[in-house]
Design a protein around this ligand. Structure first.
Ligand code: ATR
Length: 279
């Protein structure tokens, strides 16, 4: 593997978020730039919500080539860009910005982070999908499933909030506490935050809801094995960890930023090593 050093001619990309210091995006993207032998570099910028518009104006002034966008900016950034790709518009969130000669274009690659790992396991057409949660990650999951002709039911703690958030797609919405008999579903996708941070060790649904025929997709990537994933493994269900989503959304983002095919094997290797170190 050749090595790329940062120089005065490097193209600069940033990941912006609040908080952002935990992000694995710079580690993954810089490893990918080196592997692909291209003069790019990614750093993290801590941008607070009230400074987002300033940061976006600064992006063109500083000739920043691309952004990776994380919480809490994915929705609020949409109205600050020159152009938003129709899929990102439909999902209502942007996680990738490309500076095209001073014109800022927003994209969403989170839905590919859901679609690609699932399609490696099964064909989605005609499948029944239970999505737990209704926030930003859920919107991307709904788009991914509906675009592949799967039927979607949302289970959320607050039903009214979920109905309002997902109105664009019109899925069935049920209370999360009704997610005890999921045997008629083929796929379960957790997009709630239950299982990370202060709810580490908790699962959004109980083990008795899970069946061997399920494919269970977790969108949380730290911890690498959430309680939901370990419960699913206990019943013999197929599982997809959050790192699979992180990798695929990042690979698609790399390609938008650089125009070069993503070195996925190297990105996966560095991601696995980083997740082990962070345990
Ligand atoms: P993201 O954009 O990353 O998906 P979010 O918009 O904050 O994050 O959404 C978090 C999701 O986790 C929501 O569906 C939230 O449910 P509510 O809409 O009822 O708030 C869900 N969630 C968070 N904590 C939860 C908990 N303790 N139990 C059940 N659901 C929870």
């Amino acid at each position: 593997m050749s090595s790329v050093s940062v120089s005065a001619t490097s193209s600069v990309c940033l990941i912006i978020g609040d908080p952002v210091s935990h992000s694995l995006s710079p580690t993954m993207h810089n490893a990918a730039y080196t592997s692909a032998d291209i003069p790019f570099v990614m750093a993290a910028a801590h941008v607070q919500a009230e400074r987002l518009a300033d940061a976006i104006r600064g992006m063109t002034a500083l000739n920043i080539k691309g952004l990776a966008v994380t919480m809490p900016h994915k929705v609020s950034i949409v109205k600050l860009l020159d152009e938003v790709d129709p899929i990102a518009q439909k999902i209502g969130a942007v996680n990738t910005v490309v500076n095209n000669n001073g014109r800022l274009i927003g994209y969403n690659t989170d839905w590919l982070g859901i679609l690609r790992p699932l399609e490696r396991e099964t064909s989605l057409a005609g499948k029944s999908v239970a999505i737990l949660g209704a926030g930003g990650a859920a919107q991307a999951a709904i788009y991914a499933c509906m675009s592949a002709d799967a039927s979607v039911t949302i289970f959320n703690r607050s039903v009214e909030k979920a109905k309002a958030l997902t109105a664009e797609f019109g899925p069935t919405v049920l209370p999360l506490q009704d997610a005890h008999d999921l045997s008629s579903y083929d796929i379960i996708i957790n997009t709630t935050s239950v299982g990370m941070a202060e709810t580490i060790g908790e699962s959004p649904i109980s083990g008795s809801s899970l069946r061997e025929h399920h494919i269970v997709f977790e969108t949380i990537y730290a911890p690498a094995t959430t309680k939901l994933l370990s419960l699913s493994q206990e019943v013999g269900a197929k599982t997809i960890p959050g790192s699979a989503m992180f990798l695929e959304q990042g690979a698609a983002q790399f390609e938008l930023h650089t125009g070069v095919k993503a070195p996925k094997a190297e990105m996966e290797r560095i991601l696995r090593a980083s997740l082990v170190r962070n345990l």
